[in-house]
Design a binder for this molecule. Structure first.
Ligand SMILES: [Fe+2]
Ligand SMILES: [Fe+2]
Length: 286
């Protein structure tokens, strides 16, 4: 088989497997019992707020995606419509229910707005060669987002177990965290496959656009960036932010910045995480 069709076959197999092995979490399987709600809320309440919001924003992501990729390959459409969206929205619903159970205010996901920047990109994406640049950016964002989710849910799970909140650890966090690596794998496979097909000018454009558009997952303004900084603090990521940035952007560095020998983390990624920690510290000081 030619390399491209072998790649497509692997992707398709991966999406099939995710669909059969990871159906959306059954809401009836979730036990929201918390032994010490006040302590739990104090420690992890804001982390749940952040994660619930980001998971619930999946529907806006789909909207952005269809703007950005007016004519997506069938495998991308199948992944986000049949696997990714149904799983993520369930993550959001469950985390949100836990949040409300703890007496926290309801999440306010932004589900409507597709920014002007994206609309312009979407219009340009009707040109095939440019659509591949957009697709590459979409895969890179997906990789960083899902890798962040994998790391954050692992740390959250450890912390929740340590607090003795077994029901939440076992029926909320564990089932969610099991579904994130498959999403990461999809974007990673897709990114590797597409990067190998891009022309030099497309690669140049991807690097440029990525350098000025990178943001941590769900952090689209200063308040959200500070919220993300707080989450990093609670999960113990803040003090080793560069290491976290490195793990999130490892494949991105290997693909986009292979010619920059010795580069450990793309500078825009490290900077974005440092900025989030800084904004959280400033807010705490006020
Ligand atoms: Fe998720
Ligand atoms: Fe995910």
């Amino acid at each position: 088989m030619a390399r491209v069709s072998l790649h497509e076959a692997r992707l398709s197999e991966h999406v099939d497997r995710l669909g059969t092995e990871h159906p959306p979490i059954d809401l009836a399987s979730v036990d929201y019992a918390v032994r010490r709600p006040a302590v739990f809320n104090e420690r992890y309440g804001h982390v749940l707020d952040y994660m619930a919001r980001v998971e619930l924003e999946v529907d806006r992501n789909v909207l952005e995606l269809t703007t950005l990729l007016p004519d997506p390959p069938e495998i991308d459409r199948r992944f986000y419509a049949e696997v990714w969206q149904p799983q993520e929205i369930r993550h959001g619903i469950i985390l949100h229910a836990l949040q409300v159970e703890l007496g926290r205010p309801a999440a306010e996901p932004d589900l409507s707005s597709v920014g002007t920047k994206l609309r312009v990109l979407g219009a340009l994406a009707h040109l095939d060669a440019f659509q591949d640049v957009c697709r590459m950016l979409y895969y890179l964002t997906g990789m960083a987002t899902e890798r962040s989710a994998v790391l954050a849910y692992n740390l959250l799970h450890d912390g929740v177990v340590e607090m003795g909140e077994d029901a939440v650890a076992r029926t909320v966090i564990a089932p969610i965290k099991r579904q994130e690596p498959g999403h990461y794998a999809f974007y990673q496979l897709s990114a590797r496959g597409l990067w190998s097909q891009l022309a030099a000018w497309q690669r140049w454009m991807v690097r440029r656009m990525r350098s000025f558009s990178f943001a941590p997952v769900g952090a689209n303004n200063d308040v959200q960036k500070a919220d993300f900084g707080d989450l990093m603090g609670t999960l113990g990521i803040a003090e080793r932010g560069d290491d976290f940035a490195g793990q999130i952007a490892r494949v991105e560095r290997d693909l986009l910045w292979a010619h920059r020998r010795g580069l450990t983390v793309p500078p825009y990624v490290a900077k974005a995480f440092r900025e989030a920690v800084g904004l959280a510290a400033q807010r705490a000081a006020r």
